[in-house]
Design a protein around this ligand. Structure first.
Ligand code: SF4
Length: 64
């Protein structure tokens, strides 16, 4: 995969929508902030629609 999603943890409000949308890609860390643990756990399209577009504070970004 050419692009990897990353979470701006300073902006994350711990709603867990991205984890529910892409449970094979995102998880909550010890501070209850989302993090990407497997960028290959879903297609780029799935990550875009189910996590990036779903995040209420738009704090998930693509890292090229
Ligand atoms: S959807 Fe956004 S605000 Fe919610 S847990 Fe994921 S990264 Fe954080």
């Amino acid at each position: 995969m050419a692009k990897t999603p990353w979470v701006d943890k300073d902006e994350c409000i711990s709603c867990e929508l991205c984890v529910m949308g892409c449970p094979a890609v995102f998880q909550m860390d010890a501070d209850s902030k989302a993090e990407c643990f497997d960028p290959n756990g879903a297609t780029e399209e799935e990550i875009q629609s189910s996590a990036i577009d779903a995040c209420p504070v738009s704090c998930i970004h693509w890292k090229e």
